[in-house]
Ligand binder design. Structure first.
Ligand code: E4P
Length: 215
């Protein structure tokens, strides 16, 4: 399973990249705003800065909601850097835009996916990635992991090549369960990735080995 980091914070992206397990980055307008990135030029520069840190795909989201606007924005984003994947919302014009980008050879990430039907549409339009938001489903008492299972089954039934990118991941058990189900990618906060490192028996075992090494 690929690990993406879900942030626009350059220091966190660098830390995950340095760990040697990072396969890509996802951003969204809220994550960009959280870093105080404002103005079109600064936003575009920030995407390039991210591409220059990570060795993998970087999702950059359009903010238009009509077909023409999404195409214009997406084409400009794709031209920024070969690692850019254009992130498009799961709405009617978004599906049309994904189909358009697919035919043009521009890679896409269909975002804000909350149902198996939406994921099926994204795959039919040729999305490179589909992003089911598992944490936000859990937040409203719907099992997000069940959605990953449904999408995995549907994609395997028909051989869709769209990669399942589990999004809105909140904790290490989300990552582990996504891996068990067979999600292709999990995009996570840095804290969830580093939490995978931790086990008290590792800490106590290492302390014992170091103590014994001094004897
Ligand atoms: C995915 O690409 C989104 O940026 C993200 O995973 C949303 O996560 P949140 O629900 O924690 O905002």
């Amino acid at each position: 399973m690929k690990f993406f980091i879900d942030t626009a914070n350059l220091a966190q992206i660098k830390e995950a990249q340095d760990l040697g397990v990072l396969d890509g980055v996802t951003t969204n307008p809220s994550l960009m705003a959280k870093e105080g990135i404002k103005g079109q030029d600064n936003i575009l520069k920030h995407y390039v800065d991210i591409c220059n840190i990570v060795d993998g795909d970087v999702s950059a989201e359009v903010i238009s909601t009509d077909f023409d606007g999404m195409v214009k924005e997406g084409e400009a984003l794709a031209e920024l850097h070969p690692q850019i994947v254009v992130k498009v919302p799961m709405i009617k014009d978004g599906v049309k835009a994904i189909k358009y980008f697919t035919e043009k050879g521009i890679r896409t990430n269909c975002t804000l996916v909350f149902s198996a039907g939406q994921a099926l549409l994204a795959a039919k339009a040729g999305a490179t990635y589909v992003s089911p938001f598992i944490g936000r489903l859990d937040d409203v008492s719907v099992d997000g992991l069940n959605l990953i299972e449904e999408i995995r089954l549907i994609y395997d039934n028909y051989g869709y090549e769209t990669q399942i990118l589990a999004a809105s991941v909140r904790h290490p058990m989300h990552i582990i369960n996504c891996a068990k189900i067979g999600a292709d990618v999990a995009t996570c906060p840095l804290s969830a990735i580093t939490a995978l490192l931790k086990h008290p028996l590792t800490d106590s075992g290492l302390a014992q080995f170091l103590a014994d090494a001094k004897k």
